[in-house]
Design a protein around this ligand. Structure first.
Ligand code: MV4
Length: 491
């Protein structure tokens, strides 16, 4: 089955390539778009056709809705896959795509719009019987009302932007004295970030886990889930490591949470792939929001279920019914994803764009690398710093961890600082190994000491290589590169 003849991928980097890989397997032609600095990027070379859509700044290129639709029409593409980020959850874009007679590979713009409002979606899900955290049922219009609700549910509470996400405009409030200021601040930030000052207040959970359920819905009422993911390990609301399934899941909790996720999807008239996010604390879970896009971490779900989520998205968008029932979907083994970002772990994880002078990715049993980079590639400073997703699968969590440790050991990235040492430290951490993660795991400092030790070892190896390269000793440089690869000191 081919579904479409030609699809435009409105994204860049690893996810653009991921989507094109599904297209290539299905025999669908691909159209890439790119910004000026991305002219030589891998996603441009991988596609059958590629069109420049503007300058480096996303607003001039990857966010240029009209231009992207025009390229789709000009090239004869029938559908647009938005990937994640950029226009993926932009209801206006989804609407424009439909108006132009093209197919948006994702939910309807009405669903995106409804779920984009945290207040509206929370109300709908509460009415549908899905657990939600207590809080103000509407946007906060008076401080007195917010005070009354906060006193009733008890401090700490959290102020959130209704149009928000990613922690923007969020403020934790420990007592009544801090409430008014947090509300005023939250409104200002929400207005400037989202053009919508609406904020709400809800009960704050300390150190919750972030759990999510992947769903697929074909729009005929046929909705299935692809089980859970644990996404608690994050920094500044950027996930760094995800796994499937969650190590805390019990069969009973999984059944209840999956049923809630299906209810959420049906309540939102959901069509295509989506993720229902929950916070979990002390045995209870609460609906947070729905991500109406393909997510970065869909890979771990693919590993444990064997289902190609991108192909399912394409089939659903083409109007096909889901070809599977819930009882056809089961979990096999365990998968972990480490996000490899060009960031300096010793400088507060500041982005470290630049040229990758040596690159060798790991392989072997149970390893998957999704990446948009190659040796000699210069990571542009204009976009996010993720350069690869390193995923490991094992028959159980222990084997997945062992494989991830081995794959990190094999990975060579020279020229930019990366999060590889951080992940190596996490893989040795007793709390992580015991499955004891939560949203404040990295702030607790459990891994700081081992990270430092590992970084020093790494630095010594890099020094050997850099010296050889500087001296122009080609053979020595190659030896050093191999040396880095096998991580032995042969000087
Ligand atoms: C919360 C929470 C605790 N209690 N809501 C962060 C992003 C957004 N998706 C939801 N987030 C949170 N919402 C309540 N009621 C904790 C988080 C949260 C978090 C909060 C502060 C600092 C870091 C965090 C990391 C992950 C989740």
């Amino acid at each position: 089955m081919k579904y479409f003849d030609k699809i435009l991928i409105a994204n860049r980097g690893e996810i653009a390539i991921r989507i094109m890989r599904a297209c290539r397997e299905l025999g669908i032609e691909t159209v890439a778009i790119y910004s000026e600095p991305d002219r030589n990027a891998l996603h441009v070379r991988y596609a059958d056709e590629a069109f420049c859509v503007g300058e480096a700044h996303p607003s001039k290129s990857y966010l240029n809705k009209e231009r992207i639709c025009n390229v789709a029409k000009k090239s004869g593409a029938e559908a647009i896959h938005p990937g994640y980020g950029f226009l993926a959850e932009n209801a206006g874009f989804a609407k424009l795509v439909e108006e132009e007679g093209l197919t948006f590979i994702g939910p309807s713009w009405k669903t995106i719009e409804m779920l984009g409002s945290k207040i509206e979606s929370k109300r709908a899900m509460r009415e549908a019987g899905v657990p939600v955290l207590p809080g103000t049922p509407e946007g906060v219009t008076s401080i007195d009302e917010a005070r009354r609700v906060a006193a009733e549910i008890g401090y700490p509470v959290i102020v959130k932007a209704s149009a928000g996400g990613g922690g923007i405009g969020m403020h934790i409030v420990k007592n009544e004295d801090q409430l008014e200021e947090a509300i005023e601040k939250g409104k200002r930030i929400a207005e400037s970030a989202f053009g919508d000052p609406t904020i709400f207040v809800e009960k704050y959970l300390t150190k919750p886990r972030h759990l999510e359920i992947q769903i697929l819905a074909d729009g005929t009422g046929h909705t299935v889930h692809l089980y859970d993911r644990e996404c608690s390990i994050q920094r500044r609301h950027q996930k760094l490591l995800e796994e499937a399934p969650s190590p805390i899941m019990t069969p009973e909790l999984r059944e209840r949470m999956a049923e809630s996720a299906i209810t959420v999807a049906k309540t939102a008239n959901y069509k295509n792939a989506g993720t229902v996010e929950f916070l979990y604390s002390n045995g209870d879970y609460y609906f947070m929001e729905v991500n109406t896009r393909l997510q970065v971490e869909h890979t771990v779900t693919e590993f444990i279920t064997g289902i190609d989520v991108v192909k399912q998205q394409i089939a659903i968008a083409a109007g096909y019914d889901l070809a599977m029932d819930q009882e056809d979907i089961s979990i096999r083994g365990h998968a972990i994803e480490c996000r490899i970002n060009a960031e300096d772990p010793l400088n507060n994880f500041a982005a470290d764009p630049g040229k990758i002078v040596r690159y060798r990715s790991p392989g072997g049993p149970g390893i998957r690398v999704d990446s948009g980079v190659h040796m000699g590639y210069t990571i542009p400073a204009h976009y996010d710093s993720m350069i690869a997703k390193l995923c490991a699968w094992g028959m159980n969590r222990e084997e997945a961890i062992q494989r991830m440790r081995r794959a990190i050991y094999e990975y060579v990235i020279i020229g930019v600082k990366t999060t590889l040492p951080l992940h190596y430290a996490i893989m040795q951490n007793p709390y992580f190994i015991a499955g004891e993660t939560h949203t404040h795991f990295l702030q607790e400092g459990h891994i700081a000491a081992s990270l430092r030790r590992y970084l020093h070892e790494e630095e010594a190896r890099m020094q050997t290589l850099a010296t050889s390269l500087r001296q122009g000793k080609q053979v020595a440089a190659i030896t050093a590169a191999v040396d880095v690869y096998i991580r032995k000191n042969t000087r």
